[in-house]
Design a binder for this molecule. Structure first.
Ligand code: AMP
Ligand code: ZN
Length: 142
């Protein structure tokens, strides 16, 4: 199990700093986010220190994402939100602030509940040819 002494989430894994634990097994741990964007905002992380989606091991991903529906359903059952956004930030440019992979569960209660998942429709900037070229470029690297 990789551990980074300077990582706040590794310290939660080892119990060196407190967290309100929602779920824990040998591979993953879920706890309430100290920031609470909306009521019930929860984080699911691997116990192993893997910084972001680029480093996330497929076996770890399978275990972590395998738990995601159970965590979501537990939050739904406990708090009856109207919806739920799952968010994962990778890199400073994408607002990642803790560099230990984590999946945010953000229960939604309406359009002014504190979370704003807005983005522009830029489809007019890309032709069908552009989409095909992008797909080919990505595809050949998998
Ligand atoms: P991100 O910006 O995607 O890296 O999200 C990091 C999240 O970790 C933020 O929502 C913080 O509120 C949360 N966070 C930071 N420290 C703690 C902590 N000690 N316990 C619980 N959540 C934390
Ligand atoms: Zn860590």
């Amino acid at each position: 199990m990789k551990h980074d002494d300077n990582c706040i989430f590794c310290k939660i894994v080892t119990g060196d700093i407190p967290a309100s634990i929602v779920y824990e097994d040998d591979d993953v741990i879920a706890f309430t986010d100290i920031g609470q964007v909306t009521k019930g905002h929860t984080l699911l992380i691997p116990k192993d220190h893997q910084p972001d989606i680029y480093d996330l091991q497929p076996e770890t991903a399978a275990k972590l994402f395998g738990m995601a529906p159970k965590i979501a359903n537990a939050i739904k059952s406990a708090l009856s939100p109207a919806g739920m956004n799952l968010v994962n930030n990778n890199g400073k440019a994408a607002s990642q602030s803790v560099f230990h992979f984590h999946l945010h569960f953000i229960p939604r209660y309406g359009s002014s509940d504190g979370f704003q998942p807005t983005w522009e429709d830029n489809s007019s900037s890309y032709s069908a040819e552009d989409l095909k070229n992008m797909a080919e470029s990505i595809s050949k690297r998998i």
